[in-house]
Ligand binder design. Structure first.
Ligand code: SAH
Ligand code: MG
Length: 198
């Protein structure tokens, strides 16, 4: 297991795969443990690094993870096999915005895919959360660009950073969820679904 994780970190750095930062995954693993989270949906598997680490927290943790890139999907399947997690991690090869989920509920949704689509992912998948479920989002600092979009010259980059800034505002204003922001790794938000009965 330890060896596989190191192997994946090496693969990611060689192939420019943006896997989660160590402090961030540690934070999420601790959150899973403390809050007794069992069913996780991840948007953006890449090579399975974060899925495998989340699934390793407890024998009862189950992960469904969605990836749209074929090379990464294949690599992810390979890694899931290597640690014998085929029964714990279900890898779906599809664009998350086209996935059809029915009759399933998750305790946690981890959004870690295309940054320009965060709000769409949030609005689509919030219906698949259990009561008091949580949506965690990665890369809210976007390597230090967030909050400084006005100074960015590249139009593409500025557009993307503006989308993340809008997403942060959207989370702050959201009445259905209570969001906390953490300055861990590349920036993480934890949005807990409010109790409707209150
Ligand atoms: N969670 C991974 C890293 C994911 S990197 C880890 O920390 O180990 C982001 C991944 O999201 C990329 O592999 C990219 O192909 C995928 N992705 C981006 N937009 C997507 C979408 N709409 N549907 C599915 N996958 C998407
Ligand atoms: Mg990330």
């Amino acid at each position: 297991m330890k060896e596989l994780i190191l192997e994946m970190e090496e693969y990611a750095s060689e192939h420019n795969v943006p896997i989660i930062e160590k402090d961030s995954i540690k934070f999420i693993m601790k959150y899973i443990k403390t809050n007794n989270i069992k069913n996780i949906l991840e948007i953006g598997s890449a090579i399975g690094y974060s899925s495998i680490l989340m699934a390793s927290v407890d024998k009862d943790v189950m992960v469904t993870t969605i990836e749209r890139d074929n090379t990464r999907y294949m690599e992810c399947l390979k890694n899931v096999k290597k640690c014998n997690f085929e029964g714990k991690i279900n890898v779906v090869f599809q664009d998350a915005l086209e996935v059809n989920l029915t009759n399933v509920k998750y305790d946690m949704i981890f959004i870690d895919a295309a940054k320009g689509q965060y709000m769409k992912f949030f609005e689509k998948f919030k219906y698949f959360l259990n009561d008091n479920g949580v949506i965690i989002t990665d890369n809210l600092k976007f390597h230090g660009h967030v909050g400084k979009s006005k100074n960015i010259e590249s139009k593409n980059l500025r557009g993307l950073v503006e989308k993340i800034e809008n997403y942060i505002e959207f989370l702050k204003d959201n009445k259905e969820f209570e969001t906390n922001f953490y300055d861990v790794g590349d920036g993480i938000s934890v949005s807990v679904k409010k109790d409707e009965k209150k």
